[in-house]
Design a protein around this ligand. Structure first.
Ligand SMILES: [Zn+2]
Length: 319
């Protein structure tokens, strides 16, 4: 029993249960966001009353990032930590297994209904599938676990933003009205964006998109009832599709006479290029808002502006 005491003391210190909530001198809420979409929604909801820090550096790969000691301290000391909550964000687990945050935590995957990550016809493999000779096609309908890329649907983005407004209002009741108003203003812009996407896709005779790339866009595709094909599911580390995948996607583009092969941000788009070349069409970028470049950030890019950019591209390519 005696040996337990030091451990319990250490745990009590780590837990910080007895400690008062962290209160910066100017009273501003300290909010830490693991990834760009969380940062964007929190920034909008916090308005003038909170400082929002983005942990994932611009341009970094969002699933393989290694947190720094400073990151860990920020998460420990903030009033609110917002993260994705998906199983592939191992670096967030590393932080949360090292410390107990003193403030609140909000997981984006807890805010909305989840979909399973799926292998659709033509995709190369599931997790860790490198044997291209045997794995000619993925197994259609194969379930690879919960898909965490919830923000890619503007509907979900609006839900999360409103929830953040409520969360901040509860954390800082003196400014509750301001948080709710700021969150509602942004959420209404996201609602309007959702309406524009709906109108656009409803006006198309064929809603097929082929991605010569990874596919973290399941929520977007479900929201607008798209037929989608991609080289890889979700956000795996695969970069080499099987020959069968390339052939399948190329034929799909040819058969349906698709105006573009899509690729996502930070991709070298070699796969999309080769499919487009073989099918005699062009490529186009769809920004998933998973992370942004430093240039995007400096230029004031928001989830809303990047998604409006996607809509413009869709109109130019498919409209
Ligand atoms: Zn991802």
């Amino acid at each position: 029993m005696k040996q337990l005491l030091p451990l319990l003391c250490a745990l009590a210190l780590l837990c910080g249960c007895a400690a008062p909530p962290p209160e910066p001198e100017d009273g501003r809420l300290q909010i830490v966001a693991a990834v760009f979409p969380a940062y964007d929604f929190a920034r909008a909801a916090a308005g003038a009353h909170g400082d929002v820090t983005l942990l994932l550096p611009p341009g970094a790969e969002s699933h393989s990032y290694e947190p720094t000691p400073a990151d860990i301290l920020r998460v420990r000391n903030c009033d609110l930590f917002i993260y994705l909550g998906g199983e592939s964000d191992a670096w967030v687990d590393t932080i949360l297994s090292a410390i107990e945050p003193q403030g609140e935590c909000l997981r984006m995957v807890d805010c909305v209904d989840l979909l399973e990550e799926e292998t659709v016809e033509g995709m190369t493999g599931g997790h860790e599938d490198h044997d291209h000779s045997e794995e000619a096609h993925g197994h259609p309908g194969e379930v690879l676990g919960m898909d965490e890329h919830v923000w890619t649907s503007p509907k979900n983005a609006a839900v999360i933003t409103r929830l953040l407004g409520e969360t901040l209002a509860n954390l800082d009741p003196d400014h509750a009205g301001d948080y709710r108003t700021a969150a509602e203003d942004y959420a209404r812009e996201l609602d309007a964006l959702d309406g524009e996407f709906t109108a656009f896709f409803n006006g198309l005779p064929h809603k097929t998109m082929v991605f010569g790339d990874r596919f973290p866009l399941r929520y977007f595709a479900e929201t607008y009832d798209l037929d989608y094909y991609a080289a890889f599911p979700g956000c795996g580390a695969q970069t080499e599709p099987s020959a069968a995948t390339v052939a399948f996607l190329t034929e799909k583009v040819r058969d349906e006479d698709l105006p573009a092969v899509w690729y996502i941000e930070f991709s070298n788009h070699l796969v999309a290029d080769s499919i487009a070349e073989a099918a005699g069409t062009s490529t186009a970028l769809f920004h998933t808002c998973h992370n942004v470049s430093q240039a995007d950030l400096d230029a004031g890019a928001t989830y809303l502006s990047l998604m409006e950019g996607n809509l413009e591209t869709l109109r130019a390519v498919m409209g």
